[in-house]
Design a binder for this molecule. Structure first.
Ligand code: TYD
Ligand code: MG
Length: 447
């Protein structure tokens, strides 16, 4: 049997190009059965697993321990679960290694930690640890890329926590493909999963994501591991956001916020500061909304600048927002909101490099436009969520409860919501819902 190392497609004979994913030179023969590691069944019993009545399945509460970083614990759902495998993904240079090394400082106090790095030498790691003021007792370092040796080291040392930096550098010599290819990454993750489930080692695996959303990166591993965290941020600012994309032991809508400084990462206990940092106060033309990025709520600031045009046809630009939707919302604002915006140039910008392709951002956009047009600021503690229809009516959005908790968590006290949806959800304590039926009402409330 032959298979493609890029997509896993199986073929009866060798070919130069994979017929499924069209990659060249990726077809390899499957290694002899005896050499292959097979996945351990989730139950550790010998022989083939048999169905058993659920009532007879033994359970014990999962054991959790604090990593020493409250923001990380929060994202993990209240600490790391013993014997789980956590994948920490993020763009190169975002601070994944730094975060992992910093949690060692706390973990070392009560656990034996093995830090395996395929990217840096032991000396480099030690230098970095010293700079980060990580105390090293109980921390073992291993610069290794061969998975076989890593597994051996784990069997010998019996650590409680294993950190692997990064999965792309690990390889299994039995497979004839290069480190970082899908086959290698999957195989290595499977082996680490076996360590986690079989021996109760808590494993943190670092995985690089590239800008396109990763080839051979965390995306292909998401279904295998217990927990997937993404570390995000922009190179030009020092804030970093940690989000859970998947968590078998907790919710995925928590975020952790960090700031990268000279001494490594520090926690940002009140993330609204981060969003509000640089956000103009009492200035017309800006409004905050909450959009869902996959399963995760994200706050975004939208800005609009409307100024009388000096052209025959007004200029319109949209950055981070759909251009046609911008024109549509301006038309709705004119016909249904009663603001004569057709004689204005309109410049739209979404802060933070986000692209808002969700209708839930409509209301905030309309509010920002109207605010700029009227030259009246929107209250700084107000967010707006809702889709705007062609008649100016506000339509409900999905996951409103989740959005509201995110809005509340980041320090806002008022939220503009569609009346229909607002009647159905319960607002978190301390968040006042302003329920409106259409944009006219919304503008009347605000201005
Ligand atoms: P790193 O953890 O090596 O990134 P990753 O493992 O995700 O590739 O972090 C690298 C960046 O972090 C680097 O550009 C410098 C910055 N940094 C600081 O600003 N302060 C620090 O104390 C450390 C350790 C790193
Ligand atoms: Mg690194």
């Amino acid at each position: 049997m032959f298979y493609c190392t890029e997509c896993g497609n199986e073929l009866p004979k060798w070919a130069g190009q994979c017929p499924a994913c069209k990659a060249w030179n990726t077809i390899v023969e499957r290694p002899a059965e005896g050499k292959r590691r097979t996945a351990a069944p989730a139950s550790s019993g010998q022989g083939p697993a048999r169905p058993k009545p659920m009532a007879e399945v033994e359970t014990s509460r999962e054991l959790r321990f604090a990593t020493g970083m409250k923001e990380l614990d929060r994202v993990l759902g209240g600490g790391a679960v013993q014997g789980s495998l956590v994948l920490v993904g993020g763009a190169p240079g975002i601070g994944k290694s730094t975060l992992m090394l910093q949690i060692c400082d706390n973990l070392c106090r009560f656990a034996k930690v093995l830090y395996v790095s395929g990217e840096e030498s032991e000396r480099q790691i030690k230098l970095r640890a010293e700079r980060l003021r990580v105390r090293g007792e109980g921390l073992y370092l291993l610069a290794e890329t061969d998975l076989e040796s890593v597994v051996e080291a784990v069997n010998e040392l019996q650590p409680d926590v294993l950190i692997v930096d990064s999965i792309q550098t690990m390889y299994n010599g039995d497979l004839s493909t290069a480190p970082g290819s899908i086959g290698q990454v999957k195989d290595c993750t499977m082996a680490l999963m076996q360590l986690a489930k079989g021996q109760g080692v808590t494993v943190f695996v670092i995985g690089h994501v590239n800008k396109e959303g990763s080839i051979a990166g965390p995306k292909v591993l998401e279904h295998m591991v217990d927990c997937v965290l993404y570390f995000e941020g922009e190179q030009q600012n020092s804030y970093r956001i940690l989000r859970a994309a998947k968590n078998r032991f907790g919710a995925t809508n928590e975020i952790g916020v960090f700031e990268m400084g000279d001494g490594g990462l520090s926690e940002v206990p009140n993330p609204s500061e981060m969003l509000l940092s640089g956000r103009p106060q009492d200035t017309p033309g800006t409004c905050v909304t909450c959009v869902m990025e996959g399963v995760r709520p994200v706050l975004a600031e939208v800005q609009a600048l409307l100024a009388p045009t000096s052209f025959n046809v007004p200029r319109r630009t949209a950055n981070g927002f759909d251009f046609n939707r911008t024109n549509l919302l301006l038309a709705v604002l004119e016909k249904r909101g009663g603001l004569m915006v057709s004689t204005c140039d309109a410049y739209i910008n979404v802060i933070g490099g986000l692209f808002l392709d969700e209708p839930a951002a409509d209301l905030a956009m309309v509010v920002a436009m109207a605010s700029s047009f009227r030259d009246r600021p929107v209250p700084g503690d107000l967010a707006a969520v809702g889709e705007v229809g062609l008649t100016g009516e506000l339509r409900s959005v999905n996951a409103l409860g989740q959005r509201l908790s995110e809005v509340h968590r980041l320090g806002f006290t008022k939220c503009l919501v569609p009346a229909r949806a607002g009647a159905k959800v319960e607002a978190p304590d301390g968040l006042q819902l302003i329920k409106v039926h259409n944009i006219r009402e919304a503008l009347a409330v605000l201005m």
